[in-house]
Design a binder for this molecule. Structure first.
Ligand SMILES: NC(=O)c1ccc[n+]([C@@H]2O[C@H](COP(=O)([O-])OP(=O)(O)OC[C@H]3O[C@@H](n4cnc5c(N)ncnc54)[C@H](OP(=O)(O)O)[C@@H]3O)[C@@H](O)[C@H]2O)c1
Length: 330
């Protein structure tokens, strides 16, 4: 099969398109013929090996697993001996290993059936980013009528957070850079703030909930913009977090910040589960939210897609469509 691999950490230049053997699923694993794969920022972390703390799990000097890509949608091609929920031919989506390939492996408990009417591209783009959004809003205990500030509203996770929070009846203020504000408005945000000109967390406005995907603001700055019983959920942020911890220190100290005040700061570690994939699938199928797919690439152009993500030119998500290359070959 064709697959994108890398044998060292680095820029998109380390990616190679190669022919390799199809992977074989273990007992509780599923072999998926990939139709579409999402390009989430996690892929960039896996490719670069940054922050370096992540190399404890990924491999100290070089990546232990050569394949790349997590979010996927496709058709079950094979199942391990102990798989009970899926059969060959089922349409599924979820989080797997080596999704930038014609076939990939996923644990049974990180997959769900893809609802009828939801395209493979839509499903793939939501399998990590959409699930993270759902879990962030759960952690934030979002409720109708609340004032919610979304830091990083134009991104992969934020574009889902805005839509779900709106659907739940919150008043949403989305923060992004100048050129992306219109796209955040189009997602349904009631108000938008340009972080390049305006400090959304200067304390002049107080929020019931802050969902933080961008900017790596110190915890004290987040608290300043929270109401007395407000909650902040730290999802992530790429800038200024440092090469070793990548901003994870904020999540480590979040509990401490909560101990001294009524405000709550929660560090999120999202995990794709079947239950939350089903919730995301329902939201997509009902039209309550959509995956904002800003570009679709064939497998051969995976490196270009990641370069565009790196350059921050994406509104929402990019998708690798395994059907595209095949169409071009015909
Ligand atoms: N905790 C978890 O389990 C988990 C799961 C998924 C992702 N993450 C992390 O969450 C973060 C967001 O992921 P993503 O996929 O949404 O990334 P993304 O697509 O790159 O989006 C980042 C967002 O942050 C915005 N941003 C950048 N600087 C900002 C600032 N100073 N103030 C406010 N917003 C700013 C960007 O706006 P512009 O594009 O307009 O600059 C963009 O909307 C990443 O760090 C990722 O690693 C964590």
């Amino acid at each position: 099969m064709k697959a994108i691999i890398r044998t060292q950490y680095g820029s998109p230049d380390v990616l190679e398109l190669v022919d390799i053997e199809r992977p074989v699923p273990a007992k509780r694993e599923v072999l998926v013929r990939v139709e579409a794969a999402g390009v989430d920022i996690g892929v960039w972390h896996l490719m670069t090996g940054l922050p370096t703390m992540a190399r404890i799990a990924l491999g100290a000097r070089r990546p232990r697993l050569p394949g790349l890509g997590t979010e996927l949608a496709g058709v079950v091609e094979g199942v391990g001996a102990d798989v009970t929920r899926f059969r060959i031919g089922d349409s599924v989506f979820g989080a797997g290993r080596g999704a930038f390939a014609e076939y990939a492996i996923a644990s049974e408990d990180k997959l769900a059936s893809r609802p009828a009417g939801v395209t493979a591209q839509q499903a793939a783009a939501s399998a990590v980013s959409g699930v993270t959004a759902v879990q962030a809003l759960d952690a934030g205990r979002v409720a109708a009528g609340q004032r919610v500030l979304v830091l990083g509203a134009s991104g992969g996770v934020g574009s889902f957070v805005v839509q779900i929070a709106k659907a739940l009846g919150a008043h949403v203020t989305g923060v992004a850079s100048t050129s992306k504000l219109e796209s955040v408005r189009a997602l349904g945000a009631d108000e938008v703030i340009d972080y390049t000109t305006t400090d959304a967390t200067d304390g002049s406005q107080r929020y019931d909930l802050i969902v933080d995907m961008g900017g790596n603001r110190p915890l004290a700055v987040l608290r300043r913009a929270l109401g007395p019983r407000g909650r902040a959920v730290i999802v992530g942020g790429e800038d200024g977090g440092g090469r070793v911890l990548g901003g994870f220190q904020r999540s480590m100290f979040a509990g401490l910040a909560s101990a001294v005040r009524r405000q709550r700061v929660v560090g999120l570690v999202s995990l794709t589960t079947t239950a939350d994939l089903l919730r995301v699938g329902e939201l997509l199928a009902s039209g309550t939210m959509t995956s904002r797919v800003d570009g679709v690439y064939p497998l051969t152009q995976t490196a270009d897609a990641i370069r565009r993500l790196e350059a921050r030119h994406v509104r929402g998500k990019l998708v690798i469509d395994l059907g595209l290359g095949k169409l071009a070959e015909k």
